[in-house]
Ligand binder design. Structure first.
Ligand code: HSE
Length: 413
């Protein structure tokens, strides 16, 4: 029998105990050991839980218990999760976490401590919820030179954008519904402002490129400024607005960004609906590989956590080899040098002369039309420009009297 503790009994944590209890026999057959939940850490009381007697409010009950060999951290947030996880690793306990904030901020450090102590630090559920992506990148695709990853990495924003696209729902209504369904983070700003997707692309980039990518170093835009007008123009253009996390090799550096983008209907990511996530990985041997599934929610995420626990059980003496070094920003392409074609929405009293000014400022643009367009709106797609050049061109364009109200990148995937 192997004894485990679960820190956190929220949406994911309660899913973890549920799966461990419900599938205990099948799990035992697969890992050849019984997995026994010895403690559950949470500040709240859960008198109706079938294991109510094993709850504790005191972390010392876990850290000082030498029989507990694996600790699951599903509390979320950086603190106290970081202190607790570090302490567990230093006390000889392997750790499994779904906490992307923790892995994106402290992954290199915690992996090093785990390696030094011959322990596992596994985090499959931190990216893509129930979708296998960490293990495939680390193992199945390991023989590839992975040169690009593009993903829809946040279920809440995809759900919201989808409701806007398909049902013309307001942003606020769609967010409230996502929160009711338990998809959103405790603080929905992390979802809608792109930070959650940023943490996830940082984890994938760190794994693939072997150096830690810190979220602070990544240009991140959320979806709070995406309007129903933008969504309609994306559709008129032949695609959909999606929040994309992307990392790719450009001029020997890594170009990494999180931003809403127009994704062409020809790209598989455009049809990813609702809370689903999809991650497209480009490898030099495999070509494109797409991972698709539920990126949020109690049981999908918990299933990835429990699978990591099972992996810890079967890799007790020889740890899973998952590592990256600490990083600095030297390998990251400066944001101003990233180049995209842009959708621009502008207000103007004179569409004809404003479009002429757009062609002058940005280079040859493609005008977009939509049904029921307002009399003063002009939408167009610019040629590919480095961001620094786009900003200068937008300033020049506005000299004609038009005002840019929205600009969204066109994804090249
Ligand atoms: N808030 C996250 C999402 C949960 O919506 O994708 C899963 O990480």
């Amino acid at each position: 029998m192997i004894q485990v503790a679960v820190m956190g009994h929220g949406v994911v944590g309660s899913g973890v105990t549920e799966i461990l209890l419900k599938h205990s026999e099948e799990i035992k057959k697969k890992v050849k050991e019984e997995i026994y939940i010895k403690k559950v850490l949470d500040l709240r009381d859960f008198p109706d839980s079938p294991i109510a007697d094993r709850f504790t409010k005191n972390f010392d009950d876990i850290i000082n218990d030498d029989e507990i060999k694996i600790v699951v951290e599903v509390m979320g947030g950086l603190n106290p999760a970081y202190t607790f996880v570090k302490s567990c690793l230093e006390h000889g306990k392997s750790v499994v976490t779904s906490n992307k904030e923790l892995v994106a901020a402290k992954g290199a450090e915690l992996l090093k401590i785990a390696e030094e102590n011959n322990l596992n630090f596994l985090f499959e559920a931190s990216v893509g919820g129930g979708i296998p992506i960490i293990r495939p990148l680390n193992q199945c695709l390991a023989a590839n030179d992975v040169y690009e990853i593009d993903g829809i990495l946040n279920g809440t924003t995809n759900y919201i954008l989808n409701k806007m696209i398909k049902e013309s729902q307001t942003f606020e209504d769609a967010l409230a519904r996502a929160q009711q369904k338990g998809y959103a983070e405790r603080n929905p700003a992390a979802d809608v402002e792109g930070h959650d997707a940023c943490r996830k692309i940082c984890i994938l980039a760190s794994l693939v490129f072997g150096k830690h990518f810190y979220p602070e170093s990544v240009h991140t835009e959320g979806i709070t400024n995406v309007s129903l007008t933008d969504v309609e123009y994306a559709s008129a253009w032949g695609g959909a607005v999606k929040l994309i996390g992307s990392v790719k090799v450009t001029n020997g550096k890594q170009e990494i960004i999180v931003a809403p983008m127009f994704v062409s209907n020809e790209c598989q990511l455009s049809s990813v609906d609702g809370v689903f996530n999809a991650i497209l990985v480009k490898g030099d041997s495999t070509g494109d590989v797409v991972f698709y599934g539920k990126g949020a929610g109690k049981l999908p995420t918990a299933s990835a956590v429990v699978a990591d626990v099972m992996d810890c059980v079967t890799h007790q003496s020889e740890r899973r080899n998952i590592m990256w070094e600490d990083g600095n920003d030297e390998n990251i392409l400066p944001f101003e040098e990233t180049a995209y074609s842009m959708y621009v929405l502008a207000n103007t009293d004179d569409k004809e002369s404003a479009f002429a000014a757009a062609n002058e400022a940005f280079g040859s643009c493609e005008k977009l039309e939509r049904e029921n367009a307002a009399a003063d709106e002009l939408a167009f797609i610019t040629p590919v420009l480095k961001y620094a050049d786009f900003e200068k061109a937008a300033e020049n364009f506005e000299k004609c009297g038009a005002k840019v109200v929205s600009n969204i990148r066109i994804a090249v995937i």
